[in-house]
Write a protein that binds this ligand. Structure first.
Ligand code: FE
Length: 191
């Protein structure tokens, strides 16, 4: 389930985008992933553990489980009352790692633009330091020993209805209007 109603993020992310993105794309990964997990007789106590277990096998099983994890993390990275400069510990850590929020913003957008084709741009905690990283398809920094703090989906299905081909405008709007700093602070606290 989405952690907000489908209309909550308008006009920055439309209900129509969420109908397709959550209702069709994400749902297909959940259905296929559950089928493949049942066939493979794999289970785990948490989604994070399941991602790590299936990453070893790779293939369709990991692609579907990884996409479920990445999309769930993306929905939690969005908030109707989000966007703008951060507050709390994450603000201090961003200043430490990037020099300023404006530098962070430029690097995050450049990271999302530098992901050729479909994938994700992440803010992660790596060895007590924040950094920006990107991943392709279902890949996730969780399997590289890093703690995800925030993610933005840069597959075209995430922005095409609202922004057409303008990925940088979508990334700018994600940071200005939607990014959930409360979620980032929770993840930082448990990193
Ligand atoms: Fe997506």
């Amino acid at each position: 389930e989405l952690p907000f109603v489908k209309e909550a993020l308008e006009p920055h992310m439309s209900a129509n985008t969420l109908n397709i993105h959550h209702g069709k794309h994400h749902n297909a990964y959940v259905i296929k992933g559950n089928e493949l997990l049942a066939e493979a007789k794999i289970s785990a106590d948490s989604l994070e553990e399941l991602v790590k277990k299936t990453a070893k096998a790779g293939g369709a099983l990991f692609n579907n489980v990884g996409q479920h994890y990445n999309h769930s993390f993306f929905w939690d990275s969005l908030s109707a009352s989000g966007g703008g400069a951060p507050t709390g510990d994450i603000a201090t850590k961003i200043d430490e790692a990037f020099g300023s929020y404006d530098n962070f913003k430029a690097e995050f957008i450049a990271g999302g633009m530098g992901q050729f084709g479909s994938g994700w741009v992440w803010l992660v905690n790596d060895d007590s330091k924040l950094k920006i990283t990107k991943s392709a398809n279902a890949e996730t920094p969780l399997t590289d020993g890093m703690t995800p703090i925030l993610v933005c989906d840069v597959w075209e299905h995430a922005y095409y209805l609202d922004f057409q081909n303008r990925r940088p405008a979508f990334l700018g709007s994600f940071l200005d209007n939607l990014v959930n700093w409360d979620f980032a602070n929770e993840n930082l606290a448990s990193a």
